[in-house]
Design a protein. Sequence first.
Length: 457
Amino acid sequence: MSKSLEGQQLELLKLPELPDNGLLVVGFSGGADSTALAHWLMGRVQRERVLLAHVNHMLRGSEADRDQAAAEAFAREQGLKIEVLRVDVGKLARERGMGTEECGREVRYGFFHRLAPGDNDRILTAHNADDNAETMILNLCRGAGLEGLCGIPRQRGRVLRPLLGVSRKKIEEYCRENGLRYVTDSSNLTDGYTRNKLRHQVLPVLKGLNPRFIQAAAGTAELLARDRDCLMGQAEALLEGARGLWGLETKALISEEKSVRSRAVKLFLERSGGVNLERKHIEEALEILERGGGADLPGVRVSCAQGVLWAGDKAGCGPFEVPAKLGRNPIPGGKCVIISEKIRGKAENPGKIQNLLFKNELDYDIMTGPAASLPGGLVLRSRRPGDRFAPAGREVTKPIKQVFQELRVPGPIRDSLPLLVCGGEIVWCPGAGASERFKVTERTKRVLVVEIEDGKG
């Protein structure tokens, strides 16, 4: 076996993200990179774990069919399993209004993930060091930040790229030394694609300035990735520290450096439903954070008022009313209200209100009905005009609108919050807890516990 590739890739044996069992799906074009990866992998894992995945994009006519036949022949010769997907990517891209390359990538990875559904399954692609350098330069030309200049990640979820530190030259040497035949995509020989123009015209100049440019770029990507990971760790910590009842506390965010703050806001938006967020979208969200207001961004609505930054579903939900029962009560908007009964122990402090998500305990003794079920007329519903609520311990009844304002409930979610109503009276409000009449007292024996799951864990 060639030491030129083996010497650089022994770390694969040490990868903690590669389980001892499970399927290893190899994205297999039949080119030098994927051929070397598949062959090299066979000597290190049980052959039955390896599954080649070939996509015929039907873009190059007979040449695409030739590549498919070569991939199937390699699988037969090596005793490997192979799955083939034929998709007219050009037609599909037009139907979806996408670029051909973007559509092809979406098709490939969708196929790979369908073939690797198990928790221990992994997807291996054959991206190499040259690919990484090209990606870094392309991202620089597009005005990328730190994330883009880190190039191609070695791992993204269950996708691994074992050859990312190996040059294309070394991979081709490996194929020659091991007598491996591979196909060449003729479209890679033209300058019709931006990446090809970079490969044929720009990289030779850079290699002329530094013959080890590919290795230098790989080292730069590794250093930048360390900095990125450090900043992302700080952003995660900021996100956790700023988390409030309804969103993020703006005071904690604004006091942090922008490089960390912007990453925390981006994570928050993505976890709230944001998709394909670009720099301009993050800048708009940061401006909203500082000045207040709101906007619709790709996949997510964001608003900021009363010191709370909120992000969520753009669609929202309309008025609703559903009967309440013990157990799980799904409500519109993806939330679920969980209602349970507990018996208070004699030693329990009656003044201690559990605070799992909200103040969430009610006196169940004063509610009528058998112990095994909630009384008739108990419902979960959204707010209505004229609603009033008497928060426990406040000795005052207020319009629910005023209660929401005092609680700093973001405007976009006020119509989706569930109120627990018994006999026409609001007995529990998220964030405020029980009403005065239904608060837990020393005499309370049976307690009704109300919790909310927001659908995002």
